[in-house]
Design a protein around this ligand. Sequence first.
Ligand code: NAD
Ligand code: USQ
Length: 387
Amino acid sequence: MKIIVFGGDGFCGWPTSLRLSRDGHEVLIIDNLSRRKIDYKLGLRSLVKIQSISKRVQTWNKINKKKIKFLKIDTSKEYKKLEKAFVKFKPNAVIYFSEQRSAPYSMKNIHTMNYTIENNLLGNNNVLYLIAKYNKNCHFIHLGTMGVYGYEFSKQLVPEGYYNSKLYYNKSKYIKKKILHPADPGSIYHMTKAQDELLFQLYNKLYKLKITDLHQGVVWGFSTNETRLHPDLINRIDYDGDYGTVLNRFFMQSIIGHPLTIYGTGGQVRPFINIQNTTDCISLAIQNPPKKNKVRILNQLCEAKKIKDLALQISKITKAKYKSFKNPRIERENNSLIAKPIGLLNMGLNLIKISDEKLLEEYNFLKVNKINFKKKLIIPSSTWKIK
Ligand code: NAD
Ligand code: USQ
């Protein structure tokens, strides 16, 4: 298959591009390298040095039969260039990773808020428009987030995107309708993902596009079967307060002897998925497209865990101390979450759980590899406060 990976230089996009190439697909990466620019602006750097995109691609193309191509294009601003690339490549499927994906960064100030809205929504709209214009059968696979459901107390399984509902006009009159799970975002970033969902409904209603929206949980871990094949293929590792996700931050903190930074009570329950499983899920979604051209929503997680329990589990293995820090976010600090990747399990996904063995494996990998560490990046610099 011919596949465009938008955002293929990023944390999830790079290992996925390699995986799809290894699966035998013809892969074109389109990325504007904005993440590398944000790193530079904020003084961040991947914990382990990553190669430039040209070096990454060059090395991969030396060791793999199927070659990857790369084009530097901004999906939100460069429609004409995008159109040219789309028409020339003629993809059968596209994977859409290319969004500003940090919730804290999206709440930093009015500029990062607006940038996130503009970048995420316009980029999606441009690519959906191209698919509607040139090939309505091209499968659009989008990386969404479990965070659009919100984090309430619930004893019910979170549905995969939709409810069969009864909408009441009064006590006895109602209509039956299949509706999207109500959106309950907790940041501007999550709000863009909720808005993306409406874009998909609209493009499907008007132009019958074939769309899979993968509602992914918090990704943890760093390497995959493909990134391990050569040191030049190593994946980025974020550990700062904006882009480092919680478990990866805890790994780093254990190594440098910083107490694990539990925000508030640590009673937040979140969905988690290992990066290897991210690539597995996307590979499965491509092999199993929706039968009809519709918007299919799949929950992409392996398990739900309480932040405090994760800190305890890591501390048991690494002997790290942990501490409650003032929460920089506005969020519920106690919730419940029951969720399963039902659709992906039916396609054959093998879940990688947060086991002591797996945690130790990642911890040992970091111990021998840490090179770009800056202690001041541990304490979060973004808050939800209006300034
Ligand atoms: P990332 O920041 O590492 O990668 C995003 C990539 O997209 C970067 O390489 C960036 O340069 C590129 N990009 C951004 N805007 C672009 C634009 N307008 N044009 C072209 N390229 C652009 O993020 P990630 O962790 O790889 O996340 C990828 C996707 O997966 C995001 O949409 C995110 O919302 C989703 N997701 C990530 C996680 C996670 O824990 N990392 C969890 C759930 C969902
Ligand atoms: N947290 C801590 N200590 C830390 C960092 C985070 O206690 O040092 C807490 C946060 O307060 C939050 C939880 O851990 O309650 C998760 O935070 P996170 O930064 O790991 O993840 P989040 O902000 O939710 O965002 C990440 C990705 C985003 C993706 C989302 C999936 O950055 O792109 O959409 O996970 S989900 O959580 O399902 O929305």
